[in-house]
Design a protein around this ligand. Structure first.
Ligand code: MV4
Length: 502
């Protein structure tokens, strides 16, 4: 029985996991970096241990330190969250060796899905549709020209060790083949230490539709339907929703079966996501599998009525899945937006700083997963996402209306956020109609820029400026270098209430 879980992560996801642990009567152990001294996950856990300096490589990616804390605290299982060590096969193996349960798949599944060429081959053999293209890596440039001509231009050259858009090249003209393959290879080598590349036919107006799956250690595997994640900016998801506005019942059932087949092909255990790329006619192809709990998992939880973290923990405990595919249904509609401390008026530059005041929206259909609190200084070292606003409605229209209400009620003073940009997305015609592709943000750049600065917001901005001026004078903090602010603020904070528990 799992009685104590170490959460090898920070931010909203650490809090999210701890919430379920608390419901299940499981003790929680937080680990944190020096920069996260005053982070909410530290005071939220039953125990908290500093594991190193601010850079992730020296703290949240430090396997030795994390294992040391796990052993010292008598931890039964480690939840890796997303990012950091969540898809690290060595970490999964190390936990196994130390007889600590890794809440996630075994190294085999992580490795097979982590190498995109191996993943493609495995999917082909399992009868899961993949984008037409090569089964083997491209070995030499002459062969590249030959196979690419066979597939037909345009194509995508992709790094086998890549994923999420890294190491990708679009080739449209015959004369660009050699230079593009060369470029993709050298980019892959320097980014991943592996220059293997493969080729896929280019899907010109794609949708990103992914399926949530759950698999136990007794051969049971189910899917929890799809998430539409086509609203992306530089391969970062911005808005996710479920059900997908373009999905039909028949295609959903077929894709769900293929998602389950994909997971079974690698003997998967735990929660995972099968990413598909689809065209406008809903022809769909396996892209990659994410062998972790994903950022956007809450929309599935809201619509399917399942606590995915609870299921992960039960599976890790060796229990059989009690959920039956035929009993699962999608109820209503959920939309998530990711709220970042960034400046949409300045090319989405990260805008970390002190949250002077934050007021969360409340009311029907609102779920808010966050680690933000009044006075919190957002560290500069990590992803600047501060919260996820997850809205549920009886139907898509109601969900959009509620999202607009929630974004209007959301007040943050002290840092710039993507909120006005997200609000504008809710007004764009193709989004409202549910007819959009991965080119949505690019295609609507001008309209998305035409954000109204409402008088209310303008007043808030004035208040923020005045407030910052005032505090800067009081604290004699230099505003030019955010690093200086960071350091001086830590000293001022002193030891927060990491030892006083809820
Ligand atoms: C593609 C594609 C078109 N054709 N593959 C980007 C992230 C990575 N997971 C795969 N990606 C793409 N692969 C073929 N054969 C277009 C994209 C793509 C994309 C995919 C999903 C969501 C957003 C995207 C944005 C740009 C390109």
């Amino acid at each position: 029985m799992i009685k104590k879980i170490l959460i090898a992560n920070r931010g909203e996801i650490a809090i999210r996991v701890m919430n379920t642990c608390r419901e299940m009567g499981i003790k929680t152990v937080a680990v944190y970096s020096e920069a996260d001294y005053s982070s909410l996950h530290v005071s939220y856990a039953d125990e908290a241990y500093c594991i190193g300096p601010a850079p992730s490589a020296e703290s949240y990616l430090n396997i030795e330190k994390i294992i040391e804390v796990a052993k010292k605290t008598g931890t039964d299982a480690i939840h890796p969250g997303y990012g950091f060590l969540s898809e690290n096969a060595k970490f999964s193996q190390r936990c196994k060796d130390e007889k600590i349960i890794f809440i996630g798949p075994d190294p085999y599944a992580i490795n097979t899905m982590g190498d995109k060429i191996t993943a493609r081959k495995t999917m082909m053999d399992a009868g899961v549709p993949v984008v037409p293209g090569t089964k083997e890596p491209i070995t030499d440039l002459d062969q590249a020209v030959k196979v690419i001509k066979e597939i037909g231009l345009p194509v995508m050259v992709k790094a086998s060790a890549g994923g999420g858009g890294k190491g990708m090249r679009l080739v449209e003209k015959e004369e660009d083949i050699i230079s593009s393959v060369k470029a993709a290879k050298s980019e892959a080598l320097s980014a991943f230490g592996n220059d293997a590349v493969y080729v896929e036919k280019y899907i010109s107006s794609p949708h990103h539709i992914e399926f949530q799956i759950l698999a136990d250690n007794h051969g049971n595997c189910i899917h929890l339907f799809e998430r539409e994640c086509s609203v992306q900016r530089r391969h970062q998801k911005v808005v996710e929703e479920t059900p997908s506005p373009i999905m039909t019942h028949d295609v959903r059932m077929e894709m769900g079966k293929h998602a389950v087949a994909a997971a079974k092909a690698v003997n998967y255990s735990g929660a995972g996501t099968i990413e598909f790329i689809t065209d406008d006619d809903l022809n769909y192809y396996f892209l990659e599998m994410n062998t972790r709990l994903q950022v956007e998992h809450p929309i599935t939880e809201e619509v399917v009525g399942v606590d995915l973290v609870k299921e992960q923990i039960k599976i890790a405990n060796g229990e059989k899945l009690m959920l039956k595919q035929e009993n699962l249904t999608q109820r209503g509609h959920a939309i998530e937006v990711r709220i970042y401390a960034e400046d949409p008026d300045n090319n989405f530059m990260p805008n970390p700083g002190k949250i002077e005041h934050i007021q969360f929206p409340l009311g029907p259909g609102i779920r808010h997963d966050t680690y933000a609190y009044n006075g919190f200084q957002i560290p500069i070292y990590y992803d600047p996402m501060i919260s996820k606003l997850v809205i549920w409605g009886n139907n898509r229209t109601e969900a959009i209306e509620r999202m607009k209400r929630a974004l209007k009620l959301f007040k943050i003073n002290g840092v710039k956020t993507s909120i006005p940009f997200l609000f504008q997305i809710m007004n764009v015609d193709s989004f409202v109609k549910g007819r959009y592709t991965t080119h949505f943000i690019q295609n609507n750049e001008q309209e998305l820029k035409q954000r109204e600065k409402t008088p209310e917001v303008a007043k808030d901005l004035a208040a923020i400026t005045a407030f910052i001026d005032y505090t800067n004078k009081l604290e004699k903090v230099k505003t030019e270098k955010s690093e200086d602010i960071q350091t001086s603020k830590w000293k001022d904070y002193g030891r927060r209430n990491a030892l006083s528990r809820l």
